[in-house]
Design a binder for this molecule. Structure first.
Ligand SMILES: [Zn+2]
Length: 169
């Protein structure tokens, strides 16, 4: 890489110049702060979590009860009709045993991530959450589970207001 190739405006550097550090550089840490609106349906859902309640939306045309709630039924192309409180119990629809953290580091003890079909909502409707108080080898599809809530004063209107779902007692 000794010859200079002039493809772009400016002065290209050769390897010697780069190795000699004949360039200016700056380094900084980016701070990215942003927020977004959760929308009408999810806002109401999150408010419910603070109270230890799960809220869904019902569509009169197809009769489905949607959770997470949506203000619009994608099957009928119309607004959903009302809020319906559903239970904080359900069953395991699907799950995954993970030995990897969300920063890609390894875990010794696995976490079990699951889609929970919520009782009172339509079949196939569910929320993604963790399973706890269970041997990962004993988790099965269809296993009945219940939410374990944080103490009320620690809840802040986030899905993590539920610590995890555990097998129903
Ligand atoms: Zn519908």
């Amino acid at each position: 890489m000794s010859s200079r190739i002039r493809k772009y405006p400016g002065t290209e550097m050769d390897l010697k110049e780069i190795e000699a550090g004949k360039f200016l550089f700056s380094s900084y840490e980016t701070v990215l702060r942003y927020s977004f609106t959760s929308g009408v349906a999810i806002s109401r859902f999150l408010e419910g979590l603070k109270e230890g309640q799960l809220w869904a939306r019902e569509c009169d045309k197809c009769g489905r009860i949607l959770i997470p709630p949506r203000m619009y039924c994608e099957e009928d192309f119309r607004s959903t009709d009302r809020w319906v409180r559903v239970r904080d119990t359900g069953k395991v629809n699907t799950y995954s045993i993970s030995y990897v953290n969300n920063d890609a580091s390894r875990r010794r003890t696995p976490v079990v991530v699951s889609v929970i079909e919520i009782d009172g909502a339509s079949k196939g409707m569910g929320i993604l959450h963790l399973l706890g108080e269970v041997d990962p080898r004993k988790v099965t599809v269809g296993m009945k589970v219940e939410a374990v809530w944080k103490p009320k004063k620690e809840r802040r209107g986030a899905i993590t207001d539920i610590v995890y779902f555990r097998p129903r007692r």
